[in-house]
Write a protein that binds this ligand. Structure first.
Ligand code: ARG
Length: 439
């Protein structure tokens, strides 16, 4: 069932009909399609293109369709070309010929563009809310675990930090993610409705009215761009890809930390799974899936970028490929944000183990060098002296702080009793700009 056909002699092949149809996935847009149509009809009446009576009949018809879909009375299925055809043909069968006036001064090109933007705005807002929730969970987890742990570079123990400070790095990442998503929301906040197929319409329509009615800041500036721009979807997928990259890094850490090798955290049973053969196993599947799904969201972004790259102005059917990738990308990032929130809000930090790991790693070596500098030794020499001490300690199986003053003085005569206080692990965080770590 189609909205066109007048200029065709022969029937479309079934193969082509199926190939062309987007109903199976663009049905997701039904609410936005109906909302967009209601705004359009109001505008048509305001501009005296439809009578008030026609407007009211069409709006009643559209609202009854929305209600029936929401209540499960009307299933979105059948051999319709897309959600726009589905709604319009259902409208005509409900209210008769007046329903045929709905599409005056509109094309499916501006219709799908406005539906899709409305959908994208709502999903972007949901993502922002999920980011905020996750940020709050991170603050709480950090506050409850203000304990020392090793900080790493090259995945080698490097210097002392705290669990709180480490996890708050992800808070900083998420704050940028939030700003990126807010920016995407801001840029997409323009209505393409009224651009029509590509070049506007001979009717005196009012794009400002529909833009306002649908909650957009303003109408788009250019008709050709309005119907063929999908930057807004790319921006949400781009920002989502960066979110996923952050979640994936965090997942990787949780996976490492929950292994016996690190043993820094315990993932709750709620967010772990078992093995069908090895009874002792408790696997970090939630974190692994988030890490795995990251590739999927990147794929959605790259697929849509690639679809868009060679399209001449204005609308081309290639763009129908935008929806599945976008739906998949936003649904994936939303579910990953929720899972991460659940996993972190039930995560236990094994502070005894994070402390023990600090003691084993010469994590006060840099501070040892700083100590020598306070005694007048140039940093490069101090670095060498501490390096020699570490080498000695490795052989002796001791930490720097476990050497006696006499032993230390063999490496440099400037060591005195205050060195122990200076290189104490917790004290290292009390000095200089490092105080920010425990602020
Ligand atoms: N299903 C189409 C899409 O998603 C709707 C727009 C169709 N426009 C057209 N000129 N055939 O892109």
């Amino acid at each position: 069932m189609k909205l066109w056909g007048g200029r065709f002699k022969d029937k479309e092949s079934k193969l082509m009909e199926d190939f062309n149809s987007s109903l199976s996935f663009d049905k997701e847009l039904y609410e936005y399609d109906i909302k967009g149509s209601i705004a359009h009809v109001k505008m048509l009446a305001k501009c005296n293109i439809l009578t008030e009576c026609e407007r009211d009949k069409i709006i009643d018809g559209l609202e009854s369709i929305l209600k029936d879909i929401n209540e499960g009375q009307l299933l979105i299925e059948g051999d319709y070309e897309d959600i726009h055809s589905f709604v319009e043909m259902n409208l005509i069968s409900r209210i008769g010929d007046v329903g045929k006036k709905l599409h005056t001064a509109r094309s499916r090109n501006d219709q799908v563009a406005v539906d899709f933007r409305l959908y994208a705005k709502d999903r972007a807002k949901e993502i922002i809310e999920e980011i905020e929730d996750l940020m709050n969970v991170i603050v709480k987890l950090g506050e409850e675990n203000n304990v020392i742990m090793p900080g790493y570079t090259h995945l080698q123990r490097a210097q002392v930090v705290t669990f709180k400070y480490h996890i708050m790095a992800y808070h900083s990442m998420l704050l940028r993610d939030k700003k990126r998503m807010i920016n995407a929301l801001d840029i997409m906040d323009e209505s393409p409705l009224g651009c029509c197929a590509l070049a506007g319409t001979t009717y005196d329509t009012d794009r400002n009215f529909t833009a306002k009615e649908l909650g957009f800041k303003k109408p788009v500036d250019n008709f050709l761009d309005g119907v063929s721009d999908r930057d807004f979807a790319l921006e949400v997928l781009g920002a989502s890809s960066i979110i996923m990259m952050h979640l994936s890094r965090l997942s990787e850490e949780i996976i490492l930390w929950s292994s016996k090798e690190f043993d820094f955290v315990l993932i709750s049973d709620e967010f772990s799974t078992g093995s069908s053969i090895m009874p002792q196993k408790k696997n970090p599947d939630a974190a692994e899936l988030v890490r795995g799904k990251t590739g999927r969201v990147y794929g959605d972004l790259i697929a849509l970028l690639t679809t868009m790259k060679g399209i001449p102005l204005a609308y081309n059917k290639d763009m129908q490929e935008d929806k599945e990738r976008f739906f998949d990308g936003v649904n994936t990032v939303l579910s990953c944000l929720k899972i991460m929130k659940g996993m972190l809000s039930t995560l236990k930090v094994k502070s005894e183990n994070t402390k023990k790991a600090v003691k084993k790693g010469f994590l006060n070596a840099t501070e040892g060098a700083d100590y020598l500098v306070t005694k007048g030794i140039p940093f490069r020499d101090a670095h060498r002296i501490i390096g020699e001490i570490v080498l000695h300690c490795e052989g002796a199986g001791k930490g720097i702080e476990e050497l006696s003053l006499e032993e230390l003085q063999k490496f440099s005569p400037v060591f005195i009793e205050d060195v122990y206080e200076f290189i104490d692990y917790e004290n290292t965080l009390n000095r200089g700009i490092k105080k920010e770590i425990i602020k």
